[in-house]
Design a protein around this ligand. Structure first.
Ligand code: LLP
Length: 420
């Protein structure tokens, strides 16, 4: 069967062949226009609602991406001091930053309090007490939300599900009830928010509905007891399309309608923490074919990108569409698409049909704007790939390709021995 190769030789008006020739591969390319469109679609769905969108920095912490978020009034959902630092560097005001995560250290809590972040999403009683201690020591008042674990199946990959009782995230509604009952003892914590995040890459509305209904029932119960709830943070989790014709993402308007319906009557502020939805489909990873290798049983297509650049396939068996960057019509061939790293798990796809490839061909691995570069490592001493932003026919490098010197920065031979 003959087929036309992918017609997508450009992204956001920039020629991808020219970009790869100039900047080398592997290369992450992010479309600023595509990111803006996603921000706009969520913002327009939320029009008229008191809300704040806080981009989950972990999805793509690149400073160029964060600057774009900030330019459009989007805040940040952070989970570490490093993410806080990046968000602030990008100019995102502290008043638009929420701090999530099960392992915030007292040093991180103190840093974030001094900066004056909008809210701490508190995930355990121990953390609540730590926050009270740290705030008291600083003479500050911490605004906090309790992260509810609603015990809902997000119907996604087990490794990215977070809302089951067996998961480490959040606390049960029953435990949260006790927190509110003891709220008066918290002299330096203003506990007046609820938070829920049940998982990532969610493609069905039902898990969101179930989780939000539980949170809504709890909010009503608290309100009836006279506990003012000023904000409800509904987390992130909106899925994107990794496999054309197979994944059918939820429409932002339908999602927002569901949130509104579940939380009908809530007059406070709604917080959203989308990561993947805003940046996932905006990115591609450009990579070249190094060689073809005919094994006894399979034909391998060896790329210059590997699991260190994009971990999702090896970590979650995640599917990413892979396509040639334009080209002639060629017969379809089945390949195991692999990287050069010395692990069998360094496999992007097995038995994947692609137009026949030759060494030097440029391919793109799609939907890699989220959890791509952000999860990269230098395993096998492969320097971090370059990242570039494209925007209506122009491009700007937002991360230089790492040099060998950069890669070993901070390392040294053990010369100066000391005793601890
Ligand atoms: N809020 C919290 C508290 C989170 O833990 C996360 C993601 C988000 C928001 C953003 O979720 P999103 O809208 O991006 O689904 N590395 C995995 C995904 C891990 C997500 C972790 N938490 C992957 O590549 O699929």
């Amino acid at each position: 069967m003959d087929t036309l190769a992918s017609p997508h030789a450009t992204l956001d008006g920039v020629d991808l062949h020219a970009l790869a020739d100039r900047l080398g591969t592997p290369l992450y390319v992010y479309s600023a226009s595509a990111i803006r469109e996603r921000i706009a679609s969520l913002q327009s769905a939320l029009h008229g609602t008191d809300h704040l969108i806080c981009f989950a920095v972990k999805a793509n912490p690149n400073r160029g991406v964060l600057a774009l978020m900030h330019e459009h009034g989007v805040g940040a959902d952070i989970v570490s001091a490093g993410e806080l630092w990046r968000a602030r560097k990008a100019g995102i005001p502290a008043g638009r930053i929420v701090f999530s995560g099960v392992g915030k250290t007292e040093a991180e809590l103190a840093d974030a309090l001094k900066i004056g972040v909008l809210r701490f999403n508190v995930e355990s009683h121990d953390e609540l007490l730590a926050l009270q201690r740290v705030a008291q020591a600083l003479g500050a008042k911490a605004r906090a939300a309790v992260r509810i674990n609603p015990d809902v199946d997000a119907l996604t990959h087990a490794k990215i599900s977070t809302g089951r009782a067996e998961n480490k995230f959040g606390v049960s509604i029953d435990e949260a009830r006790h927190w509110f009952a003891g709220r008066d003892a918290l002299s330096h914590v203003q506990l007046d928010g609820l938070h829920v995040h049940i998982g990532s890459q969610i493609l069905q509305l039902d898990p969101f509905r179930q989780a939000l209904q539980r949170v809504a029932a709890f909010w009503r119960e608290l309100a009836a007891q006279g506990h003012a709830i000023r904000s409800i943070d509904v987390g992130g989790g909106l899925g994107v399309c990794y496999r054309q014709g197979h994944d059918h993402p939820i429409d932002a308007a339908a999602y927002v309608a569901l949130v509104r319906e579940a939380l009908a009557g809530f007059a406070g502020r709604l917080l959203f923490e989308p990561g993947r939805y805003l940046v996932g489909e905006a990115g591609v990873l450009l990579t070249r074919v190094i060689r073809l290798k005919q094994g006894d049983e399979r034909t391998f297509l060896v790329l210059d990108a590997a699991m260190n650049d994009l971990a999702r396939p090896s970590l979650y068996d995640a599917w990413h569409d892979i396509a040639p960057v334009a080209g002639d019509a060629r017969p379809m061939t089945s390949y195991d698409i692999v990287g050069p790293v010395c692990e069998t798990g360094d496999t992007f796809a097995r038995a994947r049909a692609l137009p026949a490839c030759a060494p030097g061909d440029l391919l793109m691995i799609r939907t890699t704007g989220a959890y791509g570069a952000s999860m990269a490592s230098t395993y096998n001493s492969r320097p971090l790939a370059a990242e570039v932003m494209v925007d209506k026919g122009r491009y700007a490098v937002v991360r230089q390709r790492q040099s060998f010197e950069d890669m070993v920065a901070g390392e040294q031979p053990a010369k100066h021995w000391e005793t601890a």
